[in-house]
Design a protein. Structure first.
Length: 306
């Protein structure tokens, strides 16, 4: 597994200190010498005329630790804020476009951003800012939803046997090598509805569900043993139900502080899909969410079968 060489922090004036605190907690384990920090703020909007002011500076982890350790509680601004305030530029586009552009220019291995609350409009009307940032960023994205207090302790990894979930799991192993991992797979039972309509006995339904979950558990074991053998060992769970509900329940039950998802469809209309689990969960705010990269299998790890 590759290491992180360059990490971009997208700081948010609405959530001061959230991204900086998480970066300061991650820095010792990742061996990062400096973070790229980009601050953005909207300056104009209109039909095709949105513009965003942004500032891009480099920050040492010691500056972040000083901010999160003492300066923040004292109410003073961190030292690196002076550099941010002195270097504002304006670029056409929405904030997510500016952040993604900065990540692409520097070749960021990971982008950290504060997770936004659920959009006021229903998801079928427009996608959220979280989903838009993920769509535009090619590198993994870490959405920091809560106020960071400690390194990641419990990580839930959603596995659907895709190359995307494999890449996301490997990224999580780099971020939280000492955490307790829970690998969860949601077993979908398309025939169950028809069996209920036929009014089959409950015992028959339970037997069908049990066989399906057992088969999925065997597949999950094989997947992890074959492709994730170099990751920390963890608990493995298979539960029947709608994928987003199964994953959300697993996060709550284990008290996870990081949820790991493979990148679902990210085209502009992807949020309209009823099966896009990623879009259903990125706005829930259950915990921090890591979404893997949009390119997979570019390392020396075993390749998935066609």
């Amino acid at each position: 597994m590759r290491r992180f060489d360059r990490i971009l922090l997208a700081i948010n004036q609405q959530h001061p200190g959230r991204v900086e605190s998480r970066a300061a907690l991650l820095a010792p384990g990742l061996g990062i010498e400096a973070f790229d920090v980009v601050a953005v703020k909207r300056t104009g909007a209109g039909m095709g005329s949105a513009s965003t002011a942004y500032s891009h500076v480099r920050v040492e982890p010691s500056a972040l630790r000083a901010f999160t350790g003492g300066a923040a509680s004292a109410g003073s601004a961190p030292a690196f804020i002076d550099g941010v305030e002195d270097a504002w530029m304006v670029q056409r586009g929405q904030p997510a476009e500016v952040i993604a552009g900065a990540a692409e220019r520097i070749g960021a291995d990971l982008t950290l951003a504060a997770g936004n609350l659920r959009p006021r409009l229903p998801s079928w009307v427009r996608s959220s800012r979280n989903a838009e940032l993920i769509r535009l960023c090619r590198s993994p994205v870490l959405l920091v939803h809560g106020e960071p207090r400690d390194v990641y302790r419990t990580v839930v990894v959603a596995i659907d046997f895709s190359r995307a979930s494999l890449a996301a799991a490997r990224t999580a192993a780099l971020l939280a090598p000492s955490a307790r991992f829970v690998f969860v797979h949601a077993c979908r039972l398309p025939e169950e509805l028809m069996m209920r309509e036929l009014d089959l006995p409950v015992r028959t339904l339970e037997a069908y569900r049990g066989r399906a979950c057992a088969a999925a558990r065997g597949k999950l074991d094989d997947f992890i043993d074959l492709y994730l053998q170099d990751m920390p060992s963890g608990t493995r769970e298979v539960r029947a139900g709608r994928p987003h509900a199964v994953v959300a329940e697993c996060v709550r039950r284990h008290g996870a502080d990081l949820l790991v998802l493979g990148r679902g469809a990210t085209h502009p209309g992807a949020w309209l899909s009823s099966s896009n689990v990623m879009h259903k969960l990125v706005d829930e705010g259950l915990c921090d969410i890591l979404v893997g990269a949009d390119r997979f299998g570019d390392d020396d790890a075993p390749r998935l079968a066609a």
